[in-house]
Design a protein around this ligand. Structure first.
Ligand SMILES: [Zn+2]
Length: 85
């Protein structure tokens, strides 16, 4: 997901640029620390705000970009659920 976005936007030719890896790391941490775990509601309804507005916006961009390209490979619905969009 992240690599498709990063590469597609020409950040780096391989792997992730520092900005994208920071975003990825951040989202992983937030999901890990979400106290609702697997049973959590969508983030929109979640009383704990997993994503700060800035990151939410960036992650939306990533999803918009990468979602259309790898929809066959990745469960976009899961990400939708996680992000509450
Ligand atoms: Zn990047």
């Amino acid at each position: 997901m992240m690599t498709v976005y990063c590469r597609g936007n020409g950040h780096v030719s391989d792997g992730l640029c520092s900005e994208c890896s920071a975003l990825l790391e951040y989202s992983r941490r937030r999901l890990d620390s979400c106290r609702f775990g697997d049973g959590k509601p969508t983030c929109r309804k979640c009383p704990v705000h997993c994503y700060m507005p800035r990151y939410r916006e960036e992650i939306r961009n990533v999803m918009r970009y990468a979602g259309s390209r790898i929809i066959f490979v990745h469960p976009i619905a899961v990400l939708r659920h996680l992000l509450g969009v």
